[in-house]
Write a new protein. Structure first.
Length: 386
């Protein structure tokens, strides 16, 4: 739901009831991940998307029906085969499970608070019961800031404690994910599935080397939602005017800046200097911290020489295995702009544990959204309401 936080927050401030349809599980070639939402208000205004267009009309009608009838939360499954997709007016195969519920803002002030935090760019998480006992379905609990404070309830103290612990970890990682809790004597009495929507600070992209490639890469990184920093020890090159798309430009020795700045498991480090006096101390440090991606620019010869220098500097074989060098995917890139696409394509593939191969060379689902269930044997499109 945080994909449409700005509109939902405005509706909450106005006290305007709305129906919320949330993707809670996907399989096959469903195009949008769990947590994506569509909402409809009493006037019929719609915001968001849950399928990229395939089943929006049907979901819109379910939301309108929910607003008119005032029923409790309900699950709907949209399933179809790739072979029959066009026959029923759909454009892709797979399955999506959707939770549809009526939201009364006056009854959920904690939800409005979380939406406000997301709109203002501050960390927040919403834990949302998407499967389990009927009396708990659709309940929400919110975490703000670093997750140290929360509001709302899953039904009891044990339930809240179990969900908060898991949601807090997801908030720190900036991940939206579905978790299963309960069913044991020390947690919730009844088992339930909870979708944790998170809005964390943007991931960081640290670009070392104030070169033309860095200018293109900073623009591409900004487009992908990274908070981009360009760092170089040479003040004549590291200027804000040369890198208008970077959030900050820092004049410092790269290894010294990296040692003093904050990183996390989502941080991408791109070393573009291919100069040993900068690269070796920087990469020695970068390969020893738990960041998401480390890549270094240079030719094959530069790569071999750099690896030898890093080994001599004490970098282990396991650490060297984390280095993506030469940086980027083989796209035949030549220009800075093409190279930026090559690098960001590798970062995307790395973060999703994808192959980076052409989709035409593979089989199976094209969207990587966690474990997927097999498609049904028979073509169908059905609703499962409860």
């Amino acid at each position: 739901m945080l994909n449409i936080a700005d509109t939902l927050y405005a509706w909450c401030r106005e006290g305007r009831p709305f129906a919320l349809a949330t993707v809670v599980q996907v399989s096959g070639s469903a195009p949008l991940p769990p947590g994506t939402a569509l909402a409809v208000d009493a006037d019929g205004t719609v915001v968001g998307s849950i399928s990229g267009g395939c089943v929006e009309g049907a979901v819109y009608e379910l939301c309108r029906q929910m607003l008119q009838d005032g029923g409790g939360p309900a699950r709907a499954r949209f399933g179809y085969s790739d072979d029959d997709a066009f026959a029923v007016g759909l454009t892709c195969g797979g399955e999506i499970d959707v939770l549809v519920q009526r939201v009364e803002p006056a009854r959920l002030p904690h939800l409005a608070a979380a939406l406000e935090e997301a709109v203002r760019g501050r960390p927040a998480a919403v834990a949302h019961v998407v499967d389990g006992p009927d009396e708990l379905l659709g309940r929400t609990l919110t975490l703000l800031g670093d997750g140290s404070t929360y509001d709302g309830t899953m039904g009891g103290e044990n339930e809240d404690r179990a969900v908060v612990a898991r949601a807090r970890a997801l908030l720190r990682a900036g991940r939206t994910a579905r978790i299963d809790v309960g069913g044991g004597p020390d947690t919730c009495r009844e088992r339930m599935s909870v979708l944790v929507h998170t809005h964390a600070a943007p991931p960081r992209m640290l670009i070392f080397g104030a070169v033309d490639f860095a200018a293109a890469l900073s623009q591409a990184g900004s487009f992908l939602g990274y908070r981009v920093t360009v760092c170089d020890a040479r003040p004549v090159f590291a200027t804000a005017a040369r890198f208008p798309h970077a959030d900050e430009v820092v004049v410092d020795w790269p290894h010294r800046y990296l040692a003093a700045t904050e990183t996390d498991a989502r941080t991408a480090i791109c070393v573009l200097t291919h100069d040993a006096k900068f690269d070796i101390p920087l990469l020695r440090l970068a390969l020893g911290v738990p960041v998401g991606y480390v890549g270094a620019m240079g030719s094959r010869r530069t790569h071999d020489d750099r690896n030898q220098r890093l080994r001599e500097a004490g970098v282990t074989t396991a650490q060297l295995a984390r280095l993506n060098s030469p940086i980027g995917l083989d796209l035949g890139a030549h220009t800075p702009e093409e190279t930026a696409i090559s690098i960001t394509a590798e970062i995307i593939a790395h973060s999703h544990r994808a192959t980076g191969l052409p989709l035409s060379h593979g089989t199976g689902p094209i969207h990587h959204s966690g474990p997927t269930a097999p498609l049904p044997d028979e073509p169908s499109i059905s609703f499962r309401m409860r």
